[in-house]
Design a protein around this ligand. Sequence first.
Ligand code: FAD
Length: 470
Amino acid sequence: MSITAVNTAAPRQLATRIEALKRNLKGQVFLPLDDGYEAARRIWNAMIDKHPALIVRCASTSDVVRAVNFARDNGLPLAVRGGGHNIAGNALCDDGVVIDLSQMKSANVDPGSRRATIEGGATLADLDAATQVHGLATPLGINSTTGVAGLTLGGGFGWLSRKYGMTIDNLESAEVVTAAGEVLRASATEHPDLFWAIRGGGGNFGVVTRFEFRLHPVGPEVLSGLIVYPLSEAKSVLRQYREFIAQAPDELSVWAVLRQAPPLPFLPEKMHGKEIIALALIYAGDPARGEPLIGPLRKFGAAAGEHVGVQPYAAWQQAFDPLLTPGARNYWKSHNFSVLDDRLFDAVIEYIGKLPSPQCEIFFGALGGATTRPEPGSAAYAHRDVRFVMNVHGRWDDPADDERCIGWARDFFNASAPFASGGVYVNFLTADEVDRVRSAYGPNYDRLARVKRKYDPANLFRVNQNISPA
Ligand SMILES: Cc1cc2nc3c(=O)[nH]c(=O)nc-3n(C[C@H](O)[C@H](O)[C@H](O)COP(=O)(O)OP(=O)(O)OC[C@H]3O[C@@H](n4cnc5c(N)ncnc54)[C@H](O)[C@@H]3O)c2cc1C
C-alpha cells in the first residue's frame, strides 16, 4: 500500500493484523487490556493521559520498520517514544500506534576515534555511563533521565555546550527509518538533506534508531556545584551574573535557578523552603584552572551557602535528578534571550515571590560560546544568536492545583515576553503552543517543509512540533 493511500482498517481486520505483527516482532505489543499497558503508557509528565490503541515495544531496527509499516498501512496515528520526557506528551498518541524504544539502549564507544553509537531509546545517563568509562563525553542536557533521541533531534544543550556546542553539533550520523519503511543512514555525505533536517527538526522525518556522536575528553572529575544566595540579593546577583558570563571562557558554564530552597545539607536550616537564587556551575577543563575563575561568583553578595568541589562528571550530570523525578504534573513556558534586561529581573523576582507550589522554578540556562559559532542555516536548529534560554517551570502534584500553577507560569511568561528575542527552543514547547511552532524553527521552516515533503509527504510523523510537508 502506498503511503498516500492509507485506510483505516475495520476492527476485526485490524485485530488479525495485530496478531500478525506480534508474530513477526522480536519485541512486545501492549494492547489496552494487557498487563503492562498502563505502565507502558505512563511518561515523565503526569499531566499527559493518552490511550494508544497499541504500544509496540521494539527490540531492533527491523521491529521499528514493521511498526512504521503497520501504522501507515492501517491509517493509524503514530507516535514515537524515546525517553518519554517531552513536556507536550508527544511520546504518546490517542487511538494509534506508539513505537516505544525504551528497550533499545545499547551503546558502543570507540575511544580511539572518539566516537559513540547509541540506540534511539537511550537516556542521557546511558550515554554518559558508556562514554565516561573512557573519560569522554558529548554535550547533553542537565537531567540524566531525559531521552538522547528527543533532546538531540530538537538541538540539545547542557553543561558542555558552551565548550563543545549543541548536541547536534556533535552528531556524526544517524540511522533513520522513514515513513516508507526504508532504513537510511544520514550524515554529511549520505542523504545530507535529511541529516540537516534531523539536527533541530525534531521527530518529523522518521524514527532515529541509532545516533553516532563525536566525543571529547571530559573529567572524569570536574569542578562543579552550587552557590546559593537569598532572594533578597537576587537582583544584584542576576546583574553580576549577566556581566560575568559575557566574559567567561567557554569551559565555564553557569546557570541561574530561582526557586524555594530544597533541604540541602549545606544550607542553614532556616533557609530551607525559602526563596533563593542558585548559581549552578561547571568548569569543563582542568579543575585547578577553573578554581580561580569561579572566585568572583562567591563575591556577588552574602551567600547563604555553597557546595562546590571536584566530583565525577557523571554525578554532576545527575545532580538535578532529585528535583525532576517523573510523576509530577508539569507545565512549562520558555523564551530565548540574546540579552538580559534589568526589567526582566524585576519580573522574575516578583513571580518567585508568589510561587504557587514549592516545586515551581524559573531558570536561565547559559548558551553562548561554541553554540553561537555555526551558521544559522548549517543545521535545522536556527537559534545561534541565543545567549540564554529561560524556562518557567510549573510543577506540582495535586490536579486541584492545575489552574493556579498553569496560570502562574502563563502570567510570568507574558510578563517576561517584552524582553525576549522572540524565538523558542522547540523542546520546551507545551502542547498548547501550536502558534509558536514556526518561531521554534525560525528562518529554517520553509526548507524543513521541503525536506518533509521528500521524506514524509503524507505527514505520518505528525505527533511532534509538526512541520507540514511543503
Ligand atoms: C526534566 C527535563 C529536563 C530537561 N533538560 C533539558 C536540557 O538540559 N537540555 C535540553 O536540550 N533539553 C532538555 N529537556 C527537554 C528535552 O530535550 C525534551 O523534553 C525532549 O523532547 C526529550 O526527549 P525524549 O526522547 O525523552 O522525549 P520523548 O517524549 O520520548 O520524545 C520527544 C519527541 O521526540 C520524538 N522522538 C523521540 N524519540 C525519537 C526517535 N528515536 N526518533 C524520532 N523521533 C523521536 C517524539 O516523537 C517526540 O515528538 C528537558 C526535559 C525535561 C522533562
